[in-house]
Design a binder for this molecule. Sequence first.
Ligand SMILES: *[C@@H]1O[C@H](CO)[C@@H](O)[C@H](O)[C@H]1NC(C)=O
Ligand SMILES: *[C@@H]1O[C@H](CO)[C@@H](O)[C@H](O)[C@H]1NC(C)=O
Ligand SMILES: *[C@@H]1O[C@H](CO)[C@@H](O)[C@H](O)[C@H]1NC(C)=O
Ligand SMILES: [Cu+2]
Length: 397
Amino acid sequence: MRFLSWVLLPLIASTTTAIPLNVGTTSFTDSAIDSGLALKGLNALALANAFTKFNLKNGCNPAKVKIRQEWRSISKPQRRKFIQAVKCISAKPSILPPGQVPASIHLYDDLVWAHALRTGAIHKSGYFLVFHRYYIQMFEDALEDCGYNSGLPYWEWGLDVDGPHLSPLFDGSDTSLGSDGEYIPDREPFTFIPLGHNESLTIAPGTGGGCVHTGPFNKNEFTVHLGPYIDQDNNALPTPDPTLPDNPRCLDRDLNSESIRRWTNFRNSTHYILSYDNVFDFQGNLDGDIRATQKPLQLHGGAHGAIGGIARDVRISPNEPAFWLTHANLDRVWWIWQHLDFENRQTVAFTRTWMDLPPSGNATVDDYIEIEPHAPARKVKDLMNTVGGSPLCYVYV
Ligand SMILES: *[C@@H]1O[C@H](CO)[C@@H](O)[C@H](O)[C@H]1NC(C)=O
Ligand SMILES: *[C@@H]1O[C@H](CO)[C@@H](O)[C@H](O)[C@H]1NC(C)=O
Ligand SMILES: *[C@@H]1O[C@H](CO)[C@@H](O)[C@H](O)[C@H]1NC(C)=O
Ligand SMILES: [Cu+2]
């Protein structure tokens, strides 16, 4: 850990308290972990290391690198620009062949469909981390085409452990992604059986439940067209039917601080970064893959649960604009983890299909990730370094 000496760690490390999480011989205090200071320090370490990994031949260099920042660190004019760019994507027409996916009306729907279509290969599979990395890069590029030239923002869930409805991201102001959903009282808990599982999972109702009522993406400004792709029991349908008719409806949300408290607080994110030394255990735990852990709801599922509403309909969860910021934060957790032992963290684990259904063999770094027609096929190994150039050139601060 050659950067330990000069970043924040002297401030936040302690060798006197008995502590479960540590980097090398440096341990973090409980308060550093729970306040997010440890995670900040780890981010700084990763950043310093990333600056030694530019691939100049591929055109990624310090002058060009995109800086991805937490929503709150972005100026209000920039936040408005981001919102405008998302709306611009959702106003452009679909580029899919006419009639292929009748419910895909706008470019934004196409991008959601790209995820829906591939869901069985990109979750609980070897492609989970790497597909979503490329997928949000595709979105960052689409934002750029719509005039937003900065890095994709991320959402640090740990900052909103006391209530995402109070967050600048969801406070309903014109610099938020809109409010919570309209509050619907007396709801049953959200219970579902993930694909490939036998036991159901339960998330308590949150503070919304209905349509986003104020701010950007409220029901007068933003329309969902695809899906739903979950049945009456909230379970994901095994295959997405492309021929479903247009189903225009509002964006629904159910912000949920319990999800953050249980699964995506600062201690949780720090835990994933520091507790695993191989990608099988790291990803398997982060994604709640029962081939690696007995706990099927963890950081990834918890993050979707924190938003609720359409974010829980896995195939079309990118219809929720906060999806992109949530997956940027997941990518950030992976990125920090990679940079703690960069040379040894360039691979993938698990099979090519969701829970190996149907049987598919292990994913490899020579496999391709494609998001046609929105982004060309790239080898997994070319998506391992976020400053490797072609196609990635970004860091998190
Ligand atoms: C679910 O149950 C079936 C039948 O009992 C069993 O074959 C399968 O391994 C179980 N799957 C999981 C993920 O526990
Ligand atoms: C996440 O945090 C909660 C609350 O502190 C804790 O109960 C849970 O065990 C943590 N999970 C992980 C994987 O760190
Ligand atoms: C796939 O990966 C698993 C776990 O890493 C390993 O046990 C298994 O042998 C691999 N299968 C093949 C066919 O390489
Ligand atoms: Cu996904």
